[in-house]
Write a protein that binds this ligand. Sequence first.
Ligand code: PCA
Length: 119
Amino acid sequence: MTKVFVYGTLKRGGRNQRFMAGQRFITEARTPAGFTLYSLGYYPGMIRDPHDTHGVTGELWEVDDACLALLDELEGVDEKLYERVAISLAAPFVAERAQTYLYLCSLEGRAHLGATFPV
Ligand code: PCA
């Protein structure tokens, strides 16, 4: 089982929520400062941003290996659209490490969303 921090279409009520079917929602959570979101159309991309002071809001889930493999496929990890990395979370979950997807492609012309992707 793997803990995953989701911030976009994988959140509850999100367009890709079906990929999380049968997995365990743990809690709403937030990254530490240093991450921010851009809009890529109907889905967001999170990147590291050293100037960010808020972090990104999302959800902490525990998923099984089959789900994790499916998420990697959905996010285009092999195609280098997103990379899956381990991050820590902000209070009160500072002890948690979670996997999350960081966007790897160009953000030119993309709108800055900031801390939250509305589902
Ligand atoms: N799905 C992943 C990354 C971006 C997206 O839309 C997520 O919800 O975390």
